[in-house]
Design a protein around this ligand. Structure first.
Ligand code: ASP
Length: 581
């Protein structure tokens, strides 16, 4: 090896040792008589010292070093006169006897420091330089540790990691597919998997029993902070189990990760019905780091001749504890917040429960203080609290109030990144009405089993059928989801029928799966976790970008390698793809 030690390991215990270090020049300071150079590798930084009694050539060479030059130095470990106790190597320095420049470097386009001056675009273009920075590298080290821990835990429970293909068939599973033209089959296309769903189910038919894979998945969706066109799942499936078994095994996985990677005891993960999550938080992924649950006031407020409330399907609010003294300006800000197109509410009603015990609302014209007392009772509000109330169609108003609740959580500092509130959300609806296509869609995916006791509702009230489906949520982010699957051909065919597939379409798309169910399919179920999201939560980041080595930007571009890109006419021809010209 070209080095005897790394740049992070020499300490006062190594005084007098003859060593060789290699790495990048972090910075160099020329103080006239002395030149100090910091050499860096992924393990740390060590100070190199050159002084006036050194050979003139050596000193001249040291002065030549620019930032990020790759160098090798031989020397002796000596004690530093001014120590830096903040870093592991801060008590020593290297008295250099030989310096080799292994490769000079152009000046990097941004500072390779923990706090950099590089903007997002520049850092993406030179991602390999950004990855030299501690915070970015640490995220990938964390990711590695978590992946190892996942493998260790699942291997310990007899799970087998199996690779499934990346060139598969286009199937409707929620998002748009990325497709790949097949040269050997002109006019035909592969699709990249949105998840290995059908393959893992087939592995259960094959008797693998417990499968997992840390696997790349692809979805051609519009991008957001927590979405990338390619992302990684911890994909899992088990046979001969019930929902309770899945919840236990994978709660164990998450608890293990928290314990062994972050040293945090998560405790038992609470469970909530989907219907309750929607009623109390207006979201299927409630942030339970704080309370502020919804309080329904429809009956309490009706009949006061306030048309907005009288005509509303639902009047619902939250109690912002201790916010009675919000200024007019702050209240206007909240009203503006809910009126933003992203939230889309028409207005916000507030009621202050003043410290002197009086009640004052923005709808005093319609509600006497006695009436407002009833509001306060419904909210369980106390003097000093602020009640925020919205009205409208139930589903819509719940969504809007969810946004306001999260905003209040932010304003009140109740969403601390170092607090972790996990939650299982259970019993999702099987189907969800899609306005655009005017039909029901599978809420999770078409292979999810309805609750046996709800199957009879499939014809009469499809929207009320519940599924054996579950999500794990941490701090308001969905980090995993899965279901007990259908393993019976007839039931699977019935599901496709309810999803609007003709017999022929179902056969064409999923005939292979339904046929497999006729060859001895065991009862099975599974789950998949969004690995990037999980790592970003562990790292305390809002975006998954920084836990991915080479991410794409918001337009789905890799600006470093400049992809996607056009391909040549020859390539297109070879792929039997016609162009317009
Ligand atoms: N394949 C599903 C998904 O990607 C997860 C599962 O049901 O296991 O969401």
């Amino acid at each position: 090896m070209l080095r005897t030690h790394t740049c992070g390991e020499l300490t006062i215990k190594d005084l007098g040792k003859e060593i060789t270090l290699t790495g990048w020049v972090q910075k160099s300071r020329d103080l006239g008589g002395m030149t100090f150079v910091d050499i860096r590798d992924r393990y740390g930084i060590t100070q190199l010292a050159f002084n006036s009694d050194d050979d003139a050539d050596l000193r001249a060479k040291a002065r030549e070093l620019g930032r990020e030059f790759v160098i090798s130095v031989k020397g002796t470990v000596i004690e530093r006169s001014s120590k830096n106790l903040k870093i592991a190597t801060g008590e020593i320095e290297i008295k250099v006897s030989k310096l080799d420049i292994l490769n000079p470097a152009k000046l990097p386009p941004f500072l390779i420091e923990d706090e950099t001056d590089g903007g997002d675009d520049l850092r993406m273009k030179y991602r390999y330089l950004d990855l030299r920075r501690n915070p970015v590298r640490n995220n990938l080290v964390l990711r590695h540790k978590m992946a190892q821990e996942v493998r260790r835990y699942l291997d310990g429970l007899d799970f087998i990691e199996v690779e499934t293909p990346v060139l598969i068939k286009s199937t409707p599973e929620g998002a748009r597919d990325f497709v790949v033209p097949s040269r050997m089959n002109p006019g035909e296309f592969y699709a990249l998997p949105q998840s290995p769903q059908t393959f893992k189910q087939l592995l259960m038919v094959s008797g693998f029993d417990r499968y997992f894979q840390i696997v790349k998945c692809f979805r051609d969706e519009d991008l957001r902070a927590d979405r990338q066109p390619e992302f990684t799942q911890i994909d899992c499936e088990m046979a001969f189990i019930e929902q309770e078994d899945i919840l236990n095994v994978f709660e164990g996985l998450i608890k293990n990760l928290f314990k062994n990677v972050k040293g945090i005891d998560l405790g038992e993960v609470p469970r909530m019905q989907y219907a309750d999550a929607m009623r109390l938080y207006g979201s299927d992924k409630p942030d339970t780091r704080f309370g502020m649950q919804f309080v329904e006031l429809t009956e309490v407020v009706k009949g006061a001749d306030f048309p907005v409330f009288d005509n509303a399907e639902l009047v619902v609010g939250i109690n912002a504890k201790g916010c009675a003294e919000y200024t007019r300006k702050q209240l206007d800000e909240l009203t503006d917040f809910v009126k933003r197109p992203q939230v889309g509410a028409t207005g916000l009603v507030y009621c202050r429960y003043n410290n002197d015990g009086s009640l004052k609302s923005s709808v005093d014209k319609f509600y006497s203080e006695d009436a407002l007392k009833k509001w306060a009772a419904a909210f369980g509000a106390e003097a000093g609290d602020l009640m925020l109330v919205m009205a409208g169609p139930a589903e819509k108003v719940r969504k809007q109030l969810n946004e306001l609740r999260l905003e209040m959580g932010n304003r009140l500092g109740l969403r601390d990144k170092n607090t972790f509130a996990p939650l299982w959300v259970l019993d999702f609806p099987l189907l969800e009405w899609d306005e655009e296509s005017g039909r029901y869609h599978a809420m999770h995916h078409p292979f999810t089993s309805p609750k046996p006791e709800d199957i009879s509702l499939l014809d009469s009230k499809p929207g009320e059928v519940r599924a054996n489906a579950y999500d794990m949520v941490i701090n308001g982010t969905e980090i995993g989801g899965g279901s007990i699957r259908i393993h019976d051909r007839e039931l699977q065919a019935l599901m496709f029928k309810h999803l609007g597939f003709s017999k022929e379409e179902a056969q064409k798309q999923f005939g292979f799966l339904m046929e497999a169910f006729e060859f001895g399919a065991p009862p099975h179920g599974g789950i998949a976790f969004g690995f990037d999201r999980l790592v970003s939560i562990f790292a305390g980041l809002d975006s998954i970008r920084d836990v991915i080595a080479f991410p794409k930007n918001n337009s789905g571009r890799d600006v470093m390698i400049d992809s996607p890109s056009t391909i040549s006419e020859e390539q297109l021809k070879e792929l039997s793809i016609k162009t317009s010209n």
